[in-house]
Design a protein around this ligand. Structure first.
Ligand SMILES: C[S@@+](CC[C@H](N)C(=O)[O-])C[C@H]1O[C@@H](n2cnc3c(N)ncnc32)[C@H](O)[C@@H]1O
Length: 203
């Protein structure tokens, strides 16, 4: 899969700190989808030193990990994340390199936000840099979004294609092993579907 011209264009190309200046203390997926995120984290044993990328006031863990660093765009939201032990405002589209030392985290998660990345391969490479050996990067997403801030390719793709796009980000970063993709809500589920794509840092 190649990334054609316009793949990462967005309806709203203003800097992200404009759109995310207003706090949104809401949930972006329904309760079943949130529960599916927590269940996946539990099944994968995401419980050590964890980074929640593109985070807000909730991180969806059933039990908070040992330490949880949350990175996002809005300080008011991040400060209110009760599972977080530290938080940082950082615009990944302006600066894909994150303000963390190499091998700081056991695992990194990113919930319902990967569709907003305009330089995802650079971000995925940097995620691998801050992961310890054997660490995983777990991306979850549904079919709801802020349409003006999602990249164009995501808007014109279906659920299966979204999984392929994220798997391609992993592949192109060249720093992760094979990605696993799964629908984590039941196939006939009537609410928000919850998909996950994850991979382990390659060593
Ligand atoms: C749909 S919300 C999801 C929030 C949270 N992960 C959740 O599960 O509820 C999208 C999040 O992505 C973050 N975000 C958007 N663009 C970003 C960027 N350029 N750099 C870092 N974070 C960003 C925003 O701060 C926002 O909290």
């Amino acid at each position: 899969m190649s990334f054609p011209e316009g793949f990462f264009q967005r309806g709203d190309e203003t800097p992200d700190n404009v759109f995310y200046a207003v706090p949104r203390l809401v949930t972006h997926i329904d309760d079943d989808a949130i529960a599916a995120v927590g269940q996946l984290y539990e099944e994968l044993g995401i419980e050590g030193d964890v980074l929640d990328l593109m985070s807000s006031w909730v991180s969806h863990f059933r039990i908070a990990p040992r330490t949880l660093t949350v990175l996002g765009m809005n300080a008011y939201e991040l400060e209110r994340n009760e599972q977080a032990t530290s938080w940082v405002v950082h615009d990944l589209n302006a600066t894909p390199r994150m303000p963390f030392e190499n091998e700081t985290f056991d695992d990194v998660v990113c919930c319902v936000s990967v569709d907003y990345l305009t330089q995802p391969v650079d971000v995925f490479r940097d995620v691998a840099r801050v992961l310890r050996p054997g660490g995983r990067f777990v991306c979850t997403f549904s079919n709801r979004l802020f349409p003006t801030k999602a990249v164009r390719a995501w808007l014109y793709s279906d659920d299966d294609e979204h999984c392929s796009i994220v798997a391609e980000y992993f592949h192109r970063s060249q720093v992760f092993g094979p990605a696993t993709a799964a629908l984590r809500t039941p196939p006939m589920h009537r609410g928000d579907p919850l998909y996950a794509v994850w991979a382990e840092r390659a060593d």
